[in-house]
Design a protein. Structure first.
Length: 241
C-alpha cells in the first residue's frame, strides 16, 4: 500500500495541467486531496469523499490562512502541501513593468510562501509534514523572455533549502521539483512566444504524469531522508537540440 494512503495533501494550483495530474495520482494512491485554485469549479470532479475542492486566491494572505484552518477543522490535519500556482507571463525585459513582475512574484513565489506559512504551524504541532514546491528549469537557466518566472523559480529553489534547514529538526521535509518543458497548454504558449525550447537529452517534453510521480515520491515516506533537494524532472541536461 502507498504510504500516501489517508494522508491529507493540500494542492494549490490544482486545476492546472500539473495540478490536475497530481491530484488524480495522489487520489489513486489513497490520499485525501484538497484542491485549491481561484476557479476551482474548473477542477475535474471525482465522486469520492477523499476529494475536497476549495476556492482560494493565494494572493490574499488572510484567505490562505483561513483555508489552512478550514482544512484542519474538516480533515483533522495537513500531512503534505504542494504549491503549483503560476502566472505565465512572457516578454522582453524592457516591456515588463513593475506591475507585471509583482503579479508573477505574488502568484508564484509569495503564493508559495503564504501557503507554507499557513500550513506549517499545523505540521509543526504534529512534528511531521512534507512540503513540495514547484519551480522550473528557468530557475537555473533563465529564458530571456520569461525572467519574472525564472527569478521566482530561483527564489523557490533557495527557499526550500532554507526551510529544510530551519524545520528539519522539527520533523518537516521541504523539497522542490524543477520541471523542464512539460507537454501542456503552458508549454505551447511559451514556445509560441519564443520563451524557451525543449532542449534535453530525451528530446521530448515530460508528461504531466512524470512530474506528478516525482512530487508523489517526495511527499511519500519513500523520500523520508530527502529534504532541501531540488529534483529536476527535465529529461536530462546532457544533449541540447
Ligand atoms: N507546464 C510546464 O511546461 C512547466 C514547466 C516548468 C515549470 N512549471 C511549473 O509548474 C507549475 C504548474 O504549471 P502548470 O503548467 O500546471 O500551470 P497552469 O496550467 O498555468 O496552472 C496554474 C494553476 O495556478 C492557479 N492559479 C493561478 N493564479 C492563482 C492564484 N492567484 N490563486 C490560486 N491559484 C492560482 C490556476 O488556477 P486558477 O486560474 O483557477 O486560479 C491553475 O490551477 C508552475 O509553477 C509552473 O511554473 C510548468
Amino acid at each position: 500500500m502507498s504510504t500516501l494512503a489517508d494522508r491529507v495533501i493540500w494542492i494549490t494550483g490544482a486545476t492546472g495541467a500539473l495540478g490536475n495530474a497530481l491530484a488524480h495520482a495522489l487520489h489513486a494512491q489513497g490520499a485525501h486531496v484538497v484542491l485549491s485554485s481561484r476557479r476551482i469549479d474548473d477542477a475535474e470532479p471525482a465522486e469520492s469523499d477523499r476529494w475536497s475542492p476549495l476556492a482560494l486566491d493565494v494572493t490574499h494572505g488572510a484567505d490562505v490562512e483561513s483555508a489552512a484552518r478550514r482544512i484542519v477543522a474538516t480533515q483533522g490535519r495537513i500531512d503534505g502541501v504542494v504549491c503549483l500556482t503560476t502566472l505565465p507571463l512572457f516578454g522582453d525585459f524592457l516591456s515588463l513593468d513593475d506591475a507585471a513582475w509583482r503579479q508573477v512574484l505574488d502568484t508564484k513565489l509569495l503564493g508559495s510562501v503564504r501557503v507554507v506559512r499557513a500550513a506549517l504551524p499545523f505540521m509543526l504541532e504534529r512534528g511531521q509534514g512534507s512540503v513540495v514546491l514547484v519551480s522550473g528549469r528557468g530557475g537555473s537557466e533563465p529564458p530571456p523572455r520569461h525572467l519574472p518566472g525564472a527569478c521566482a523559480n530561483a527564489a523557490i529553489n533557495l527557499l526550500v533549502q532554507g526551510l529544510a534547514t530551519a524545520y528539519g529538526p522539527r520533523g518537516i521535509r521541504v523539497n522542490a521539483v524543477a520541471p523542464g518543458p512539460v507537454d501542456s497548454p503552458r508549454l505551447r504558449a511559451m514556445l509560441a512566444q519564443g520563451a524557451g525550447g525543449i532542449g534535453n537529452a530525451l528530446q521530448q517534453p515530460a508528461r504531466s504524469s512524470d512530474v506528478a510521480q516525482a512530487i508523489s515520491f517526495l511527499l511519500s515516506d519513500a523520500a523520508a531522508h530527502i529534504t532541501g533537494a531540488v529534483l529536476p524532472v527535465d529529461g536530462g541536461r546532457g544533449a541540447r537540440t
